[in-house]
Write a protein that binds this ligand. Structure first.
Ligand SMILES: [Fe+2]
Length: 257
């Protein structure tokens, strides 16, 4: 595989369970507060931007887990206009190669790169009744991994307060974040396409350095961002599939805040 995502075509889309069967052929499905496998409409059934028609910026999901989901799949089950008579517009998907973005960041702004690696942030999931989730400890945006590309956590909606520190000012972090944001939102960084019923998107969201050396280009060309970008009165199914290879200790390294 040369890229961090695959499309599976000719998947039945009348019944979401057919998508579930496909995922179960890949690996077991991780249970989360969304359920394991789930299908949904933009009806705000959960307090999450995924349940809206809002345009979303590229981001990674499950930043609030100690071990974020390693593989994520989406299947657009329907894409119709409000009255169902015409083809819908909007709802395109954006993919960004996060590891390439990190490399560009390292080359163009080495200090900002270090700031994003050294500042640990309080990621969290909250807003739904009875749900408050955070990782076992704070993690930086770019998580150091010996000899490999960093694991990336990038989600403005899940990020807590940027901590104060004597060596890295809050302004330094925001400056670095703005640079990284400009990289992932540049035209060259984004692959934009329209999902269609019958075509499942599966993306490697958080492979790590150990996996990179084993399955090569997957982690070298990680897909970190996926989002619907306009107004699809759509119905989507999918789920988080557990990492096939367990991750090693991804310590932040010396100097983390
Ligand atoms: Fe998301």
């Amino acid at each position: 595989m040369d890229y961090g995502f695959v499309h599976v075509t000719d998947v039945p889309h009348d019944d979401p369970n057919d998508t579930k069967k496909l995922l179960e052929r890949i690996a077991f499905i991780r249970e989360t507060h969304y359920g394991g496998f789930y299908d949904f409409k933009p009806d705000l059934a959960m307090a999450d931007t995924a349940y809206t028609n809002l345009a979303l910026a590229p981001h990674t999901d499950t930043t609030y887990f100690t071990e974020p989901a390693g593989l994520q799949a989406f299947h657009l089950l329907s894409h119709e206009s409000e009255d169902g008579d015409a083809a819908a517009e909007g709802g395109k998907t954006i993919l960004v190669d996060g590891h390439k973005a990190a490399k560009i960041m390292q080359a163009e702004d080495p200090r900002g790169f270090r700031v994003l690696m050294q500042t640990r942030l309080p990621w969290h999931a909250s807003g739904n009744e009875g749900i408050t989730i955070g990782p076992a400890r704070r993690y930086p945006v770019l998580q150091h991994a010996d000899g490999g590309a960093p694991r990336i956590r990038w989600n403005n909606d899940d990020r807590g307060v940027v901590p104060f520190h004597k060596d890295i000012a809050v302004e330094d972090w925001y400056k670095a974040a703005a640079k990284f944001n400009s990289i992932i939102n540049s035209e060259q960084s984004q692959y934009i396409f329209q999902m269609v019923p019958g075509k499942v998107l599966s993306e490697f969201t958080h492979p790590d350095a150990a996996v990179a050396s084993n399955i090569l280009t997957v982690a070298q060309s990680l897909t970190t961002g996926v989002s619907s970008t306009a107004e699809p009165p759509s119905r989507v199914s999918g789920g988080f599939v557990e990492d096939i290879v367990s991750a090693p200790d991804m310590a932040c390294g010396a100097g983390c805040i």
